[in-house]
Design a protein around this ligand. Sequence first.
Ligand code: OAD
Length: 491
Amino acid sequence: MDLAPAPNGESSLKNPVVEVEAVDMASAEVEESLATENTVAIEAEGSQSEYETDSDDSDWDDQSLFEDALQVIRDDQLRDGVVPGACTLDEAIAFRNRLHEIGKAAFVEETIARDTVTAKKLCTAFGIMPPGFLEGAPDQAYHPLLAIAISREFSRRPKLPQYNSIDDAVKLLQQSKNIVVLTGAGISTSLGIPDFRSKDTGLYSQLEHLGLSDPQEVFDIHVFREDPSVFFSIAKDILPTENKYSPTHGFIRLLQDKGKLLTNYTQNIDNIEANAGVVSEKIVQCHGSFATATCVKCQHKVQGDDIFGDIKKGVVPQCLSCQERIAQDALKPQGMKRKRSTNGTHRGRKSDGEDSSEDEDYEIPTPGVMKPDITFFGEDLPDEFGRRLLHHDRDLVDLVIVIGTSLKVAPVAEVPGILPRQVPQIYISRTPVSHTSFDIDLLGDCDVVVSELCRRAGWEFKHEMIPPDEKVDITAVEGYESRHMFKVVGA
Ligand code: OAD
């Protein structure tokens, strides 16, 4: 098959952390990405964001006009035939496969140029709803939209057709020697730590009281600089628990013990992998962790637990080193004192009638805020993330297992698309994703899924939260050959 090469990815992995969900974000990024050549497409459920993978040589240069108007059609809607005039799911899959087989130009030649299908209908094969404002327009009016759809699909990793069943998943586990495990908040929820985006239980659904325009602002570096108390008002809820770990953490440890774990890329900041005994050389903490903290003003570093007391009380922790320096300054004669000092944040607020020149002269020096070394939106990921992924793991990996993440935050969300396309990928989570194609989707509680996989692989796997005689029912999800639902039916 004439598969497109995986994008190099080096440049996009260096981008700061961003959410890839919002449609309005997409338009800005598309504008930018249309001017560049080597980026990656990401499309989230119900919305999308796009970075084009290869330059589009068509003259459809007004794509961004359409980006705002994009509405997604999900595969289950195609399967259920609820969108009038759309492809069936089978037709859609055939068009997608054909595109990956013969490439963009030949695909357009074979379809639109030969009038074998309308552009309007073809858009639906790639999950794009024809917008209402184009209703009644000639079919050419859909070409710019189709260009976006084709580019997006072409840059997406195609599913490998030979991997579908639970047996396939078990065999892959048994045979693979260098497994990349990519994890998210879902692997810690069974320990009582909320994930972020689950409806009703996720952290973001609990933050209405903070009055933020978007709950993710609690992890926004600009908001933190402006007002660190926003983050510290919720930080206690995501602080690492005592020395516990979930069965899924135990599973990652088991892969390590079997010599199969290449790297665990975790987006989690709870450091629980260490509780399970996963060694630090096998872990990349993509979004940092609470293990250390740094003063935003003087960069003084401390162990994370030095500030846990303050965090648990919901207090903004202050830098002791700054405090000492301020105390020493206070002892100096007046003329030698520092003129101005801030706490390292940029509050930008002045009370009424404040005189800025007086403010400069008399501002009271304050210590810097200690920020846990977790990666906020707008901050860069640790260098180790891109370095290890691109210069070490990409050549070695023989299986990818993604567990308990919605894959909605870049650049981590780009990992499955950056690894070689012939390497099989398994997704384990309660909720399927549609913006990335995995070979096998194992849906349900990840603790249940991994323990059942171990059982079927004949691996001894013990954890106090998994009853030794647990019985799990696995059902195929209708319309999907490679999607399976796991449910405990008894113990
Ligand atoms: P999300 O909350 O976005 O996704 C968690 C996923 O795990 C969802 O798909 C849930 O359905 C699933 N899930 C929850 N509990 C589960 C369980 N017991 N078994 C199986 N699946 C389960 O969390 P992340 O994808 O980790 O970044 O979020 C990524 C990043 O967004 C975080 O690292 C954080 C956040 O904003 C920053 O703060 C920079």
